[in-house]
Design a protein around this ligand. Sequence first.
Ligand code: NAD
Length: 481
Amino acid sequence: MQQLDHQFIDSRWVSSASMRRLPVMNPYREETIAEVTAGDPHDVDVAVAAARRALPAWRALSGAQRAVYLEGFADGLARRRDALIRLSSSNNGKVLAEAGIDLDDAIACYRYYAGQARALDERQGRLVELEAAGVEARCYHDPVGVVGLITPWNFPLVTSAWKLAPALAAGCTAVLKPSEVTPLPERALAEIALEIDLPAGVLNLLFGDGEGIGAPLAAHPGVDKVSFTGSNRVGEAVMRAAAERSADVSLELGGKSPILVMEDADPEQAADWVMAGIYFNAGQICSATSRLLVHRAIAEPLYAALAERIDDLTLGDPLAAGSDMGPLTSARQRRNVQAYLAVAEREGLVAVRDASHRRLPAQGYFVAPTLYRDVPTQSRLWREEIFGPVLCARSVESEESAVALANDSDFGLAATVVSGDAERARRIGRELLAGSVWYNSEQLVLPETGWGGFKRSGIGRELGPWGLSAFLAVKHVVGPA
Ligand code: NAD
């Protein structure tokens, strides 16, 4: 078993004074595959100081110079592709295709922000059109400073790329804290930083949990901005900590996203989108479309097509080529999801497929893919994020009631519309309160389109130019012309 005792600070692997060790699991084998020393608040102090020392020189580089390092991260990840996919799959339980998406989307993100860093040079010092005669104003985009980046376990490489790539492109220096559940894939970022001679202190990686690293990082007076992806409970604590010093935050939080299937959709095609929206990554996606609203006219054929597809899913070793769905990422997450299945039983929900329909593999934190129909809107399963392979469905009478029910949620991260008429699907999309709306597709996330939520799904946007703006402060230099 690997013993990982070091933090990555100032471009060196340094030991932590902390004696606390955290196990890192393989969720399929139910085995500890590594132990990580949990960093402590002293490590946060040292890392933040290193990031602050590195800031003046890093922000003084041109965007084009910083772009070279971002390309370096993309190339470094691409060189490790096979090994990282297997590592990520072993630590996370993702099947190989899902681990490949995590990696490839991360690579695309570093490359995209290399382009954005270069484009930033052209935006610096632009003259502002002024009506007042005799005054000249120039607009600059400065980095916000030292940033704390905190990521979850479900897509380790991509969630860190969405923060780190724009932060470095903007000229910020960073302290990144991966989830303690999946710290292995993001260690590659430290190796790559050394390979590409990233200036010391520009990227620091701290391994540990919320108590030892996350909370002290969010509360640190030397951190100018915190960008967080994770649960609402923790995100709100991060926001409170930042509020104590009026620091900026971006939050990417939970979701309970709807998928609307209209009466003009082909039920077989629609079933493919519904499946992709909820059982991908065993449902552990913030943007999982976990509430199905299907028009009454095609509800029965759609449920039948879904039942068939659910029965066809192969659950098994995530490293095996034939597996469609791996285990959940932790025993804790399995307990969370099983608690919802127990609620479903107590509430007497009608199952198209529940846990009793399937024998699970003998090992691994598996949960059977489940589908409940006619779920009351007041049910906890309808309203709360489950973060597992649990789909709740209701039939609707009309487009209007589908939209009203879709929007009746505390969350607003994503939504999908399936219709035989693409124009209609786009029009319905405009009515939905969600940061990303897909039509006749699912989970299409591109570096060019923004990512983030309405309502309790978060604050701010990642990806696209908005992701870069999140790490920039606008400054005007104004004087006589
Ligand atoms: P989590 O909130 O438990 O943990 C997220 C990160 O916060 C981890 O690194 C954790 O160590 C750290 N943390 C824990 N306590 C902390 C504290 N007090 N202060 C600061 N940091 C602390 O979430 P998770 O279980 O890792 O991830 C699942 C959640 O993430 C789900 O709710 C999911 O919807 C959300 N998520 C959202 C998006 C998005 O883009 N909106 C993407 C992925 C996951």
